[in-house]
Design a protein around this ligand. Structure first.
Ligand code: ZN
Length: 248
């Protein structure tokens, strides 16, 4: 029952996440303000705001001015649906609900970091108490392991970020990554952190290599939105357990 509910509301949550992603980095309210066409500023009616379907029915164009609506919203809506399908396939019951909420949260964080190289405190810091609450509710690990995870995640990433900044004179790893790692430690326990970092590093490396290949040059100075890859590692470790040994 919860599975169907989660899948049906997923594209609507995706629409909301799209608004959060567009507005939060600019300090705009995510709850007030109506949706308008970026081109003609016409207020969109309710039937123009149905996720995926409205976009498909209007062939990706504004009903009034014909301007292209862009792929941003449909992609985020599909992303939110993919998160829900993944969580439903791996978990069950209330664990699905909590997992899917975490997945949507991480999706918003990942896309914001991808676009702005920014992990807003408003989205990273609440993950720490939410993770501890999830541990308390589900007992999938002990609270001391979760608390230690939060402290270690913050301390290790903070140290790496500080050392990198000192050595290279520029930001490599941001302090936002450290706060995200603290949240991950709370959800996953300290023993989940190595898996998250390994998955994030390998996918980031694969992405950097393929991006360099497309551009035909090797630019190791290029900025990598590492927080996005940390979100992916966080999510995979949450659903599938740490690599090497199972926690569930
Ligand atoms: Zn328009």
């Amino acid at each position: 029952m919860t599975d169907y509910a989660v899948l049906i509301i997923a594209p609507f949550i995706g629409s909301f996440l799209g608004t959060v992603i567009l507005r939060l980095p600019h300090g705009q309210s995510v709850v007030s303000g109506r949706s308008v066409c970026d081109s003609c500023r016409a207020t969109l009616r309710w039937f123009e705001l149905i996720p995926l379907l409205s976009w498909a029915a209007q062939r990706g164009r504004c009903r009034r001015c014909g301007a292209r609506l862009g792929l941003f919203y449909p992609v985020i809506e599909l992303g939110a649906l993919a998160v829900a399908v993944w969580a439903v396939a791996v978990t069950g019951g209330w664990l699905t609900v909590v997992s899917v909420l975490l997945g949507w949260w991480l999706l918003a964080l990942a896309v914001i970091d991808w676009r702005h190289f920014l992990l807003p405190d408003l989205l990273t810091l609440p993950l720490i108490p939410l993770g501890l609450a999830a541990v308390y509710a589900f007992g999938h690990q002990s609270l001391p392991d979760a608390g230690l995870g939060a402290v270690l995640g913050l301390a290790v990433f903070w140290a790496i970020a500080a050392v990198y900044r000192k050595l290279r004179g520029r930001e490599g790893l941001g302090f936002g990554d450290a706060k995200l790692a603290a949240g991950a430690g709370a959800w996953l326990g300290w023993f989940g952190l190595p898996s998250m970092v390994l998955i994030a590093s390998l996918t980031a490396l694969a992405w950097a290599v393929s991006a360099n290949r497309r551009q035909g040059t090797l630019d190791w100075q290029a900025k990598v939105p590492f927080g996005s890859f940390l979100c992916l590692g966080f999510w995979i470790t949450w659903l599938h357990g740490p690599l090497g040994f199972a926690i569930r």
